[in-house]
Design a protein around this ligand. Structure first.
Ligand SMILES: *[C@@H]1O[C@H](CO)[C@@H](O)[C@H](O)[C@H]1NC(C)=O
Ligand SMILES: *[C@@H]1O[C@H](CO)[C@@H](O)[C@H](O)[C@H]1NC(C)=O
Length: 239
């Protein structure tokens, strides 16, 4: 047996290396974010970490999907309640309607990023000014959708998708790469995306091939936020 088998494995290895390097049609990596609009950790993750994949080239290998629902619950009478109150339910619905109105990720993301920037700096009651920032985005559909049954239907759907996660989400932001949750390492999603990609990686991935002790990674870890679960723990410990 031995050598024939080894030669075959070696040949297969060569084939897989050469296709990995040269395949321009390699499948994009699924990056999924389950979050809620007024969660400060979700907002900072969107604004500080996710937004930059649109300028650093990573978006070219990523299929980004947002699920604006988080820790919300549907009561038996159909009412949706949200962790940070009714304003969060409103903005979750606004963002769900934006995704529906503008299916291209570059379009709905720039709007959602604008709203979440306002969450970070506390000015989110002025979220409608985000419509004025982008001439190409028509506000009418999103406003109608948010006020009506369609927006609620979208939130039920995001709720069903969130509640169907296996394993279930434990906190938000909850980030998955090709369906696998990153848990507390969610802020290192770029490394996992680059690792998961089967084609020739974009240049930005070189930054993530450095040893773990590289300065940019250490900076990233130092700047990383604690998760919602940690925040609750910290609060419990200090009580
Ligand atoms: C939004 O609703 C208004 C009033 O009901 C209606 O006139 C308008 O056509 C609707 N726009 C869209 C895009 O559905
Ligand atoms: C990525 O998501 C699509 C559907 O959104 C699914 O069909 C595909 O299998 C996923 N790919 C991986 C590698 O998880």
């Amino acid at each position: 047996m031995g050598s024939g088998h080894r030669i075959l494995s070696f040949a297969l290895l060569l084939v897989s290396i050469s296709t990995a390097v040269s395949d321009p049609a390699a499948k994009k990596v699924n990056l999924s974010l389950y979050y809620e609009s007024l969660c400060p950790y979700s907002a900072r993750f969107i604004v500080n970490q996710l937004d930059k994949i649109f300028s650093n080239g990573l978006i070219s290998i990523v299929d980004l999907q947002l699920f604006p629902y988080g820790n919300a619950k549907v009561l038996s009478d159909g009412e949706i309640i949200c962790q940070h109150g009714s304003y969060e339910c409103l903005l979750n619905t606004v963002e769900a309607c934006a995704i529906d109105a503008w299916p291209a990720v570059t379009e709905h993301f720039k709007f959602i990023n604008c709203v979440e920037e306002m969450v970070v700096d506390g000015t989110y009651p002025q979220w409608k000014t985000c419509f004025d920032r982008f001439d190409d985005l028509d506000s009418q559909f999103v406003l109608n959708c948010t006020a009506g049954a369609h927006g609620k239907q979208l939130e039920y759907e995001y709720g069903a998708q969130t509640d169907a996660l296996v394993p279930p989400h434990q906190y938000v932001p909850w980030v998955l790469v090709n369906g696998l949750p990153l848990y507390d390492d969610y802020y290192k999603f770029e490394i996992q995306v680059c690792k998961a990609y089967q084609g020739e990686p974009p240049k930005v991935c070189q930054e993530y091939q450095l040893p773990v002790q590289s300065s940019s990674l250490i900076k990233e870890i130092k700047n990383s936020q604690v998760s919602y679960k940690d925040q609750i723990l910290i609060r419990e410990l200090s009580e």
